[in-house]
Ligand binder design. Structure first.
Ligand code: GLY
Ligand code: MN
Length: 462
């Protein structure tokens, strides 16, 4: 049993993570957003226009909204984290005050708004040629789109609602497209990601720095979780430690809800209740990521609640780790995503056959039911899956094995155990770098770390 220590407010999770005076998002190089807009413009032809809308605030209940989250493409091209905005890109230019403008931003210009604060800035710092009130959007858009062949436009939020009472499915996005097609005959509507995803999937040095920071913050939280975990804790206590690490170190919060699944919950892929009391003999899967400057990490570790894996858990854990290591070894530019998936499946199948859990490799999908790699960035499942890995992509590698609870053919010691190990991988010339290498995953290192005392070893009132 670990020593219970009093909770010390302000105790630094990692000494190495100095807290910036301001969030790093405010410190991007001047001209960054303008440069991104210029790159999108360069991919458009003169008979097209692109419109992005900021995300709306989303009601939680009555007068309370969910925390605001900007639409990722709008954020990528403007850096603005407030609702009420539009961005219009017009390669042929649209006339504003007697001048042709290609990048026009519209927003709420009342005093105090983010948009109003930008007024008067030089266009490189502003991130556009011109800043106008959102009230002027409609008229200018109509001028810009007149006679054009293509409009790049996607609704900023999920737009499908199934209403069983009305017995009807509503597709807002489809209705908007229909309306646009009626209003501007001959205009073709294309998704904005045709243009923006190719840019977003290759990370710039600024983005890589933000992702590394998000990863480091998440790593600090996971190391604290390793040190604090003990039987009798609730899953949400680990969530609290992670979220403390995020906020304490300047992150905006989680990039996606913490997945903390112990015992039977370790088998549930997107388990988010985090409400179970953990027991000795359980493993707990922590699939977590803090978001820094809009960019999220996505790291998974599987921990033994008692501080020691059982022999059967060790066998499964080593198998997943082996699959991860052998697959990491092939990750470099030019390697197809498919090869990454296949390598994980191949090594996992071999391991499961060796343990006698499957008879032929085709059965591996029973124990590994998900994909093992996706981009991360502004979104945890970031845009832009392509055929091959390329320099400056950042992707996850997350093999797993999930042994069902009720299968008499499987020895009991293996049952009801889910293991997943996930790291964030930066593809570089000739190879890769694991951004999340600071979080231990070798069994020896994990068990050693778990002997230490952590911030979470306290009781209420102590
Ligand atoms: N982090 C959750 C997922 O990748 O699906
Ligand atoms: Mn993931």
């Amino acid at each position: 049993m670990k020593k219970i220590i009093p909770f010390v407010y302000g105790l630094c999770l990692t000494a190495s993570l100095a807290v910036a005076a301001e969030r790093l998002t405010t410190q991007v190089p001047a001209g960054l957003y303008m440069e991104r807009c210029r790159r999108v413009l360069a991919a458009m032809d003169s008979s097209s226009v692109l419109v992005l809308r900021s995300a709306d605030s989303r009601p939680r209940s009555m007068d309370v909204n969910y925390p605001y989250r900007q639409e990722s493409n709008f954020y990528y091209l403007t850096g603005i984290d407030q609702t009420g905005g539009f961005l219009l890109l017009a390669p042929a230019g649209v006339e504003v005050g007697g001048k042709k403008r290609q990048v026009v931003l519209f927003g709420d210009m009342r005093a105090g708004s983010v948009y109003a604060k930008k007024e008067g800035l030089h266009q490189t710092a502003l991130g556009c040629d011109t800043l106008l009130s959102s009230r002027q959007f409609e008229a200018l858009f109509q001028t810009a789109v007149k006679g054009k062949a293509t409009l790049y436009y996607s609704m900023p939020q999920p737009t499908f609602v199934n209403d069983p009472v009305a017995n009807k499915r509503f597709f807002l996005d489809r209705d908007v497209r229909k309306e646009l097609a009626n209003r501007y005959s001959g205009l073709q509507i294309k998704p904005v990601n045709d243009l923006i995803a190719p840019l977003r999937r290759i990370k710039s040095p600024e983005e890589l720095a933000l992702i590394q920071r998000a990863v480091d913050i998440t790593a600090a939280g996971l190391i604290e979780a390793y040190k604090s975990l003990q039987p009798g804790m609730y899953e949400y206590e680990l969530q609290a430690l992670l979220e403390y690490a995020y906020t304490r170190n300047g992150a905006n919060g989680p990039g996606f809800p913490c997945i903390i699944g112990s015992g039977p919950n370790s088998l549930v892929l997107h388990y988010e209740d985090n409400s179970r009391r953990m027991q000795s003999g359980d493993v707990v899967v922590l699939d977590v990521g803090g978001e820094f400057g809009g960019y999220t990490a996505d790291i998974t570790r599987t921990m033994p609640v008692s501080g020691r894996f059982t022999e059967a858990q060790k066998e499964l854990y080593e198998l997943v780790l082996q699959a991860q290591k052998e697959t990491l070894a092939i990750m470099k530019p030019g390697v197809p995503f498919r090869a990454v998936e296949e390598k994980v499946q191949e090594v996992t199948a071999q391991g499961l056959m060796k343990l006698g859990l499957i008879k032929d490799k085709e059965q591996v999908r029973r124990f590994l039911p998900h994909g093992v790699s996706h981009h991360i960035g502004l979104d945890v499942h970031d845009v832009g899956r392509t055929d091959t890995l390329q320099v400056n992509m950042v992707v996850t590698l997350e093999p797993g094995v999930y042994v069902p609870a009720h299968d008499a053919a499987i020895p009991e010691a293996y049952r009801n155990v889910g293991i997943r190990i996930e790291d964030d991988v930066w593809i570089v010339a000739g190879g890769h770098k694991v951004l999340s290498a600071a979080v231990p995953k070798e069994i020896k290192a994990v068990e050693k770390l778990m002997k230490k005392t952590g911030l979470g070893n306290r009781s209420v009132g102590q």
